[in-house]
Write a protein that binds this ligand. Structure first.
Ligand code: GDP
Ligand code: MG
Length: 370
């Protein structure tokens, strides 16, 4: 049978822990608020306090997304989510900028500055691709550590005039560990001193055999500066995406992953999320990490107000109760009551975890000081 601490039970009944302890004393039990009692005793207490007994398993309290699999026939193709990794100064930012410039929906005006940490483009052949702009490998590994595997494809940028550097190798290892397919973009090929073939050879040492070396990892020579090879890179992404058969059910309550979040002085807590399934709409009630909220507004990557966002779309959400963490899951729920329940449950769990983890982090603190 399940056990519960007196304190936890008191919280669930919205009663004082001390009152429960007193009642238990009357029942002949000497316990403190931090001690656990068995289910029968808990039920007896609940009755004594005139509450209804509601046996709830954890799955009924939190949102269990693993149980909730979308039927095959509900799945529709979704755009790939791409992360660009590579050594510093090899051209990640320049390449992201250049790729954003290929968006056919961007209009002639140009100069539309990016609004959030991710963007989506539409290619000439009407394919959509989402790029995550979270710089560096830390975001990638941190998100993975939190169980948020949002990246479908990694583009490894290597400068043809430089070679494989420490962060290139780090990126290779992260990508392998994540089991995500890779496309190698050999950048700066406009430079006279560029030696793309040398890069391909060096990649062999890390068991990356590119197509030009008769392997199966796509490699594309590009220049973020002259825009040479960008179309080929987009084609390579679309080809890889086709192989992956990326699909999601757009016709359900939305789930999304937080890419970044912050507190805005004027707008309050803001989160950029990537919709993983379903469609997120204005007015939706949701839970995200330990926070809850209601979608007050949605902004796309160009800062434009939109009414809804489907799978693989990055979107900025307004209307959060607090600032969530990168990697947190956002889930739309049926009503506010449910949202409050889940966020209270998660807050409680998070506090428990913090208490039990405290000694370990203390140790870490001291060893860090040595
Ligand atoms: P990041 O640190 O990987 O984001 O690299 P950046 O995009 O900031 O680029 C580093 C430097 O390389 C900048 O001075 C860019 O102008 C330059 N750069 C980036 N891509 C190219 C390219 O394709 N050709 C040339 N010649 N320079 C480039
Ligand atoms: Mg950069």
């Amino acid at each position: 049978p399940e056990a519960i601490t007196v304190q936890e039970l008191a919280q669930r009944m919205a009663e004082k822990g001390a009152d429960l302890v007193k009642e238990l004393f009357n029942l002949g039990m000497m316990v403190t608020v931090n001690q656990t009692i068995d289910q029968d005793t808990a039920e007896l207490l609940v009755e004594q306090f005139g509450h209804n007994i509601q046996r709830v398993s954890e799955a009924d309290v939190d949102i269990d997304t693993t149980e909730d699999v979308d039927p095959e026939e509900s799945l529709k193709a979704r755009p790939p989510v791409v992360t660009i990794m590579g050594h510093v100064d090899h051209g990640k930012t320049s390449l992201l900028d250049a790729l954003r410039g290929t968006d056919v929906t961007r209009g002639e005006a140009g100069g539309i500055t990016q609004h959030i940490g991710a963007y989506q483009i539409t290619t000439k052949d009407k394919q959509k691709i989402t790029f995550l702009d979270t710089p560096g490998h830390e975001a990638f590994t941190e998100m993975r550590a939190r169980g948020a595997n949002v990246t479908d494809i990694v583009i490894l940028v290597v400068a043809a005039d430089d070679g494989l550097m420490p962060q290139t190798i780090e990126a290779i290892n992260h990508t392998k560990a994540a089991g995500v397919p890779m496309i190698v973009a050999i950048n700066k090929c406009d430079k006279p001193e560029a030696k793309p073939q040398k890069i391909r050879e060096r990649l062999l040492e890390h068991e990356i055999v590119v197509e030009a070396m008769s392997g199966d990892v796509q490699d594309v020579e590009v220049s973020a500066k002259t825009k040479q090879g960008l179309d080929k890179l987009l084609e390579a992404i679309n080809l890889q995406a086709e192989l992956l058969e990326l699909k999601a059910n757009p016709d359900r309550d939305a789930e999304a992953t937080v890419i970044e979040a912050k507190l805005d002085k004027g707008k309050g807590p803001l989160a950029t999320v990537l919709v993983t399934r379903g469609t997120l709409r204005r007015g939706d009630i949701f839970v995200v990490g330990t926070e809850s909220g209601r979608v007050r507004a949605l902004h796309d990557d160009k800062g434009k107000q939109i009414k809804e966002a489907g799978p693989s779309m990055p979107v900025e959400v307004l209307g959060l109760g607090g600032v969530p963490n990168a990697g947190d899951q956002l889930s739309v729920v049926e009503n506010e009551q449910r949202a409050r329940e889940v966020s209270a449950y998660r807050t409680e769990k998070a506090n428990e975890k913090r208490t039990t983890m405290a000694p370990a982090s203390f140790e870490n603190m001291f060893s860090a000081l040595k």
